[in-house]
Design a protein around this ligand. Structure first.
Ligand code: FES
Length: 165
């Protein structure tokens, strides 16, 4: 699967819908970015420019806000987004070895998306399920008690023909 390219029409429609829903005050910036990110899968430059104009705030402020929140992305993300918990409790439960297995399996650094558009690899701070650490979250599904040996079988669930497609 190639990364999805958004048309200008898609972008305009997504921005317009978000602005109509949330208004044009400065407080609407994050909700609008969130809606557009959800609609398009990420925040293309053209979308951020349109939001900047609609809210009459500098493009640099839109970009810095979009870059600040991990739920938002200024680059296309893969079909499946993997978030690995990098907080200390998971780390001491063997997270470092799981992280290495994950990176080896995917060939990705944090923040990167695979060339086939299948995976984006991110790190996250504690999502609050430390009792089952080490933890990784794929899309919205939590995988706990992960070991390096389990990494390939977890990833396989999301490959074509897997149970989570
Ligand atoms: S430290 Fe990983 S879930 Fe809390």
């Amino acid at each position: 699967m190639a990364l999805k390219v958004q048309s200008r029409t898609d972008i305009s429609a997504a921005v317009q819908a978000a602005v109509e829903r949330h208004g044009t005050t400065a407080e609407a910036l994050v909700p609008i970015l969130s809606d557009v990110n959800r609609a398009l899968g990420f925040l293309p430059q053209d979308a951020m420019t349109a939001i900047s104009r609609s809210l009459r705030i500098p493009p640099s402020q839109v970009l810095s806000t979009a870059s600040f929140y991990q739920m938002l992305s200024t680059r296309p993300r893969g079909k499946h987004v993997i978030k690995f918990c990098e907080s200390a409790p998971c780390h001491v439960m063997g997270g470092r070895l799981v992280w290495k297995a994950l990176q080896d399996a995917l060939g990705l650094e944090p923040g990167q998306t695979s060339a086939d558009g299948q995976w984006t690899l991110l790190t996250t701070s504690c999502p609050g399920v430390c009792g089952v650490g080490p933890v990784l979250i794929i899309d919205d599904e939590v995988h706990g008690n992960v070991t390096p040996e389990k990494v390939p079988e977890i990833l396989a669930q999301y490959q074509e023909g897997g149970t989570s497609q």
